[in-house]
Design a protein around this ligand. Structure first.
Ligand SMILES: C[S@@+](CC[C@H](N)C(=O)[O-])C[C@H]1O[C@@H](n2cnc3c(N)ncnc32)[C@H](O)[C@@H]1O
Length: 254
């Protein structure tokens, strides 16, 4: 199972301790659903609860639609303004709102969470997954810095969301949430080194794409690859594995 799918399942299990998915008249919003990892995890936990899955990208929703998950509707929506759901005649008072690995890609993560608070029913449960560190990106950036100390690494995220438990606690309280629980998980990537290199060079990862284009323009892609591959090779020779660190946050609207 993919790391993000495992994270989604854990998030939903934690969310259920705040408000079970089996409640009468429940409805879930999966905001920034992508191709549906989290919606699938909701369906795995509950066969019945209706799910509205939204994303800014129609292409993502097309893939999700083809999966034909029972009880799911999809809708294009920008997480920064969910009023489009009201215009559509959708009851926007969700019993559960979930969002996994999305808010940091919006221009304003805090606004995205405030919007989710707004569409949540009083007493509703909220679950959020956010990145703390994607170590492959750290290693790409370190290789860039080793080649050119003034190199300013591109930020893979459009906006910031706090990465410590205490900061998230404060932020969530400011937004009005109660019963806030936060935990950090580290997951080692078990892919072989060759696959990680292939992913870096050909995987269309936003941070990698920008760097590779830059070194290509400088005529130094070969140098970049040499530094990067040496650094990862040394780590893997010592048995180290690259990891992902993410935060799961659950909370309730009073
Ligand atoms: C890394 S994917 C995560 C998808 C899914 N939630 C998961 O955990 O697998 C990020 C998703 O956020 C969506 N996204 C980015 N900006 C958004 C915005 N402003 N509003 C809604 N969705 C957005 C992208 O289209 C993409 O599907």
């Amino acid at each position: 199972m993919k790391t993000t799918a495992k994270a989604a399942l854990r998030l939903i299990q934690e969310l259920e301790t705040l408000k079970p998915l089996s409640i009468a008249n429940g409805i879930v919003l999966d905001n920034g659903c992508g191709t549906g990892a989290t919606a699938m995890a909701v369906r795995y936990q509950s066969a019945d609860i209706p799910i509205l899955a939204t994303d800014i990208s129609p292409g993502m929703l097309d893939i999700l639609d083809k999966r034909e998950i029972p009880g799911i509707r999809t809708r294009v929506a920008d997480a920064l303004d969910l009023s489009v759901l009201e215009e559509d005649g959708v009851d926007n008072h969700f019993s559960h709102v979930l969002s996994t690995f999305m808010i940091q890609f919006t221009p304003d993560a805090t606004k995205a969470v405030a919007e989710m608070y707004r569409v949540l029913q009083p007493g509703g449960a909220f679950g959020l997954a956010t990145w703390i560190e994607v170590e492959i990106v750290t290693k790409i950036n370190e290789a860039g810095k080793a080649l050119e100390p003034q190199w300013k690494a591109p930020n893979m995220f459009a906006s910031n969301w706090p990465t410590t438990v205490s900061e998230v606690q404060v932020k969530m309280e400011e937004l009005g949430f109660v019963d806030i629980h936060t935990n950090v998980t580290r997951a080692d990537l078990d892919s072989p080194l060759e696959l990680l290199l292939d992913y870096t060079y050909n995987g269309n990862h936003p941070s990698a794409v920008e760097q590779i284009r830059y070194w290509e323009e400088q005529g130094r892609l070969k140098d970049f690859k040499a530094v990067y591959e040496r650094s990862l090779g040394n780590l893997y020779a010592k048995g180290h594995r690259l990891s992902l660190r993410y935060m799961l946050t659950t909370a309730r609207k009073p």
